[in-house]
Design a protein around this ligand. Structure first.
Ligand SMILES: [Cu+2]
Length: 512
C-alpha cells in the first residue's frame, strides 16, 4: 500500500490570517543572501552525572540583519534570540537567570513540565534589571524541541518581538536510539520562524507596528537571519521548526512539492512518522521534520516557502548516500485514563482585537480561575467563538504540561496531532477535546499564543493541587506591581506608560 502523503493545510481556510484586514503579506527581502544563523549550543557552567548548571543572560545588543546600520535587538547570551539550550531528561537543572536589559523580564520554559509559577517563569517570576534569580528543576519528560521566551505581563509580545526567544532541546535515551539525524548544526538545525518590519535606520518599532490582533512585519526572519541560505552536506536534514512569531501562521512547502516527514510535535516524537508536502504552523507550535534530498545533486537549490514567499534557500552540496529508513512505529505516547469523577472542563476563547477574553474575563494575575488535582486526567473542551468575517484561529497553550488531542468537532485530530502537544490551534466554531493531566503542582497559565491576545487578556490560570500538600501557598504578583516597575524603569509616570496589552483593558473599561 502506498504511504499516505498529506497535501493540505487542514485548518479552515476562511479563518487563515491572510483574510484579516490587518494582514501583512510576507515579501522576499531585496538584500544579499546570508548564511542561516545556527545558534551555538549554550555551554553548561558545569555538568555532572545527575545535574546540569547554566547561566542564562537576557541582554541587549546589536545585530547585522540588513546591510548598513545594525538593528538594536535583545537575546539570551547573544545579541538576538539566543544560544540553543540543551537539557537531558532525568537531570536536575540549576539555572542562574540574569537580566542585563533596561527593564524587567521573566524566563518562561515553554513546554517544560516543571512547577509553576516560579520555575515555569511566567509573569509571577520577574527578574529586575541588573539582578538575577536562581531556579532548580528536574527534567522528567521525553526528548523534544521546546523553547525559552520572555513572559512579563502585559509586555510579553514586545519582549519576544525584541528577540527574547530561543530553542531548548531535550534529549533522552529513546530519541538517541532512533535513526534520526542529530549532528547539531550540520544535519539537525532549528528553524525559528519570525517576521519583522524594518523602519528608518534598520530599526524595529513595536509601538508603531502595534496591532491588538498580533504584530506582523513583511520581512521573514529565520533564526535571526534575513534572506538566509543553508549549505546542505547530508542527504537527510532534520529541521526543528518553531513558529516564534507573535501572530503569523506559516504555510510551509518546498520547491518541486518535495515531500518531507514529520517525526515530532511540540513535546516529543510522534507515534508514527507522517508525510507531507504542505504544513501549516501557528504560533508557538513545534514541528520536527526530516527532509530527504536524495533526488538532488550538488549545485541544486531547494527552497522553503511560506505561501508564495521564499524563506530559506537550501544549497545542495555533495553528500554520501543515506539509505536509512524510519521505522513505522517510533514511540509509545502516554495515554492516561480519564478520571470518572472529574467533569469536562470548558474553556472559551472569544473576541478579536481589544475584545479578546477567556471565559468572558480578561486575565487577572491575582485570580485563580480553576483548580485541578495533581496526577488525575481530565477532558478539557476548548472552544473558539469567533465568527466575524471567517473568524480567526487561536493557538491555545497550557503551561507546565503536555496534553493529548482527542478530537476536533468529534472528528479525529490532524495526523500530526497524535503525539504530545502544548499548543493546539482552534478553528472558529470548533470544539477541541484534550486529555489534560499534570505531573507537577503549582500555578500555571493557559492562554492564546497570539502573543498580543495573551497580553490583551485572553489568558487564565489554574492551580494544580497536590493532595499531599493541599494548602500550599503561592505568592502571586499583580499587574500594578509589574506596571509600576515598567514605568519606573522607563522613567515615565503611570499615566504615560504604554504597554501593548494595557489598551485592551482600557478600551473595554477594565482595570489590570
Ligand atoms: Cu488568539
Amino acid at each position: 500500500m502506498a504511504e499516505k502523503v498529506y497535501n493540505n493545510y487542514f485548518y479552515d481556510e476562511p479563518a487563515f490570517n491572510t483574510h484579516d484586514g490587518g494582514y501583512i503579506p510576507l515579501e522576499e527581502p531585496n538584500t544579499p543572501a546570508m548564511p542561516l544563523n545556527i545558534p551555538a549550543a549554550l555551554v553548561p557552567d558545569k555538568e555532572t552525572q545527575t545535574d546540569m548548571y547554566y547561566t542564562v543572560t537576557a541582554q541587549p545588543g546589536e545585530t547585522q540583519l540588513l546591510p548598513g546600520t545594525k538593528t538594536k535587538t535583545w537575546g539570551y547570551n547573544a545579541s538576538l534570540l539566543g544560544k540553543t539550550i540543551i537539557f537531558k531528561n532525568g537531570k536536575t537543572i540549576h539555572l542562574h537567570l540574569e537580566n542585563k536589559l533596561p527593564e524587567l523580564t521573566t524566563f518562561h520554559w515553554h513546554g517544560l513540565n516543571i512547577p509553576g509559577p516560579i520555575e515555569d517563569g511566567g509573569c509571577h517570576a520577574p527578574v529586575y534589571p541588573d539582578s538575577s534569580r536562581d531556579v532548580t528543576f528536574k527534567i522528567n519528560q521525553p526528548a523534544a524541541t521546546c523553547w525559552l521566551h520572555a513572559h512579563p505581563c502585559p509586555s510579553t509580545a514586545s519582549q519576544v518581538w525584541h528577540g527574547l526567544a530561543t530553542a531548548v532541546v531535550i534529549q533522552d535515551d529513546i530519541e538517541s536510539q532512533l535513526p534520526f539525524p542529530r549532528n547539531y548544526g550540520v544535519d539537525d538545525i532549528p528553524i525559528i520562524l519570525q517576521d519583522r518590519r524594518f523602519h528608518a535606520d534598520n530599526q524595529w518599532d513595536y509601538r508603531e507596528d502595534y496591532d491588538p490582533d498580533g504584530v506582523q512585519g513583511p520581512t521573514p526572519m529565520i533564526n535571526g537571519t534575513v534572506n538566509p541560505y543553508f549549505d546542505v552536506t547530508t542527504q537527510r536534514l532534520r529541521l526543528r521548526i518553531l513558529d516564534g512569531s507573535n501572530r503569523r501562521e506559516w504555510r510551509l512547502h518546498f520547491s518541486d512539492n518535495l515531500e518531507f516527514t514529520q517525526i515530532a510535535s511540540d513535546d516529543g516524537i510522534l507515534p508514527e512518522p507522517v508525510k507531507f508536502t504542505r504544513l501549516m504552523t501557528t504560533c508557538a507550535e513545534r514541528h520536527e521534520i526530516i527532509v530527504d534530498f536524495s533526488n538532488y545533486q550538488a549545485g541544486d537549490e531547494v527552497v522553503l516557502y511560506s505561501d508564495e514567499t521564499p524563506i530559506v534557500h537550501f544549497r545542495i552540496h555533495e553528500f554520501a548516500t543515506d539509505n536509512t529508513k524510519l521505522p513505522e512505529h517510533l514511540v509509545d505516547i502516554p495515554d492516561p485514563k480519564v478520571d470518572a469523577d472529574l467533569p469536562v472542563k470548558h474553556v472559551v476563547m472569544s473576541g478579536m482585537d481589544e475584545e479578546v477574553m477567556m471565559d468572558d474575563k480578561k486575565f487577572d494575575m491575582q485570580r485563580i480561575d480553576y483548580k485541578m488535582p495533581l496526577g488525575k486526567c481530565q477532558l478539557w473542551d476548548i472552544t473558539n467563538t469567533n465568527d466575524m468575517d471567517g473568524g480567526m484561529i487561536h493557538p491555545y497553550h497550557m503551561h507546565g504540561t503536555a496534553f493529548r488531542i482527542i478530537s476536533r468537532n468529534g472528528h479525529a485530530p490532524y495526523p500530526n496531532e497524535r503525539g504530545l502537544k502544548d499548543v493546539v490551534s482552534v478553528n472558529p466554531g470548533e470544539h477541541v477535546i484534550l486529555k489534560v493531566w499534570y505531573d507537577v503542582a503549582g500555578i500555571f497559565m493557559y492562554h492564546c499564543h497570539i502573543i498580543e491576545h495573551e497580553d490583551g487578556g485572553m489568558m487564565a490560570q489554574l492551580q494544580v493541587i497536590d493532595p499531599q500538600n493541599p494548602d500550599a501557598k503561592y505568592e502571586l504578583m499583580d499587574h500594578h506591581t509589574l506596571m509600576s516597575a515598567f514605568a519606573k524603569e522607563r522613567g515615565v509616570s503611570m499615566d504615560d506608560l504604554w504597554l501593548g496589552g494595557m489598551e485592551s483593558y482600557h478600551k473595554m473599561g477594565m482595570h489590570m
